[in-house]
Ligand binder design. Structure first.
Ligand code: NAP
Length: 294
């Protein structure tokens, strides 16, 4: 397929590389052009519009602000994409923006699909992402080869794109809860002299064998917060979006409110560029141990 790709950050660069490896023609755009030059096998695009000449354009950008800028800006996706072509948004964005994109693309005679992903950059490089997708069935059929090339499995959650974004945000809320509670539990046992790696082995070999405990337990136990696979600033963004969705749907999320403050503490103390797992070091810091910032 002839695919445009907008956003070559930690995730997007790996996903675009896998589309090229799967035999697709990829025309890539990134705000900082050096990342376009670093992507082997891609056709370089100088503007967003240059990446919008095919049947599909995929965007993988930091946040709502970035997606708004590349979609609604002059020469953005909305203005440049041919009628009937599809914009696939893989970024973790708000439910409200997904709704706005659905309407705007429909009004322009274009199609819109939300396909946010679970999995860190290592999973993206290995084409092992889990994709949560929502769009009209014929749109999903069109983009199936793209989703298959970047992920190990796609879960379809309906025809309204915003549903996929809500599911993705709820998942990140759960991951953040695990990071916080792992951090508290590890602060407790390690202050009493128990080895954190051994403690993690007990957890993951018994009742807590899930990937989320293995991945984040390892990062918290080993205090591996740099380089960030997923920056704390992005973690705060997702908790804010979860709270926004809860407010809109009138669903109180008291733990999410607490997590928002934990991320604020991490950012206020200089940890915004660390991996979001650094939130798991706050509890040991408050207990008199080392904090996330060295
Ligand atoms: P990242 O490495 O920070 O990359 C962000 C991308 O967005 C870069 O291409 C950046 O361009 C671009 N960008 C930011 N602001 C922009 C603006 N105003 N206008 C145009 N482009 C802009 O982020 P990432 O880790 O790849 O994450 C991308 C998305 O995937 C986020 O929504 C994130 O929540 C989600 N996600 C991440 C992970 C993970 O583990 N990392 C996992 C699942 C989902 P520049 O290169 O010019 O800065």
């Amino acid at each position: 397929m002839d695919i445009g790709f907008v956003g070559l950050g930690n995730m997007g660069a790996a996903m675009a590389a896998n589309l090229i490896a799967a035999g697709h023609t990829v025309t890539a755009y990134n705000r900082s052009h050096d990342k376009v030059e670093a992507l082997e096998g891609a056709r370089p695009a100088r503007t967003v519009a240059d990446a919008c000449t095919g049947e599909v354009v995929v965007s993988m950008l930091a946040d709502d602000h970035a997606v708004e800028a590349v979609t609604f800006g002059a020469d953005g996706i909305l203005a440049a994409l041919p009628r009937s072509a599809v914009h696939v948004s893989c970024s973790t964005i708000s439910v409200a923006l997904a709704e706005r994109l659905t309407v705007a693309h429909a009004e322009a005679g274009q199609q819109f699909a939300a396909a946010p992903v679970f999995g860190r950059p290592e999973a993206a490089r290995a084409a092992k992402l889990f994709v949560v997708a929502a769009a009209e069935p014929e749109v999903l059929r069109t983009i199936e080869p793209i989703l298959d090339a970047v992920g190990q499995r796609t879960f379809v959650v309906g025809s309204e794109p915003k549903a996929a974004n809500l599911v993705k945000l709820s998942g990140n809320f759960l991951i953040a809860s695990v990071i916080e509670t792992l951090g508290e539990a590890m602060a407790l046992v390690s202050k009493a002299g128990v080895d954190k790696e051994q403690y993690l082995e007990i957890l993951t070999s018994t009742l807590f064998g899930a990937p989320v405990y293995q991945t984040y337990g390892g990062l918290v136990a080993r205090e591996e917060f740099e380089p960030a696979g997923f920056a704390a600033t992005l973690g705060l963004k997702d908790i804010r979006l979860v709270l926004e969705a809860g407010e809109e749907l009138r669903v109180p999320l008291p733990v999410a409110s607490l997590l928002r403050d934990r991320f604020l503490t991490l950012l206020a103390t200089g940890g915004g560029e660390l991996d979001w797992s650094a939130m798991g070091a706050l509890a040991s810091w408050e207990a008199g141990g080392a904090g996330p910032i060295r």
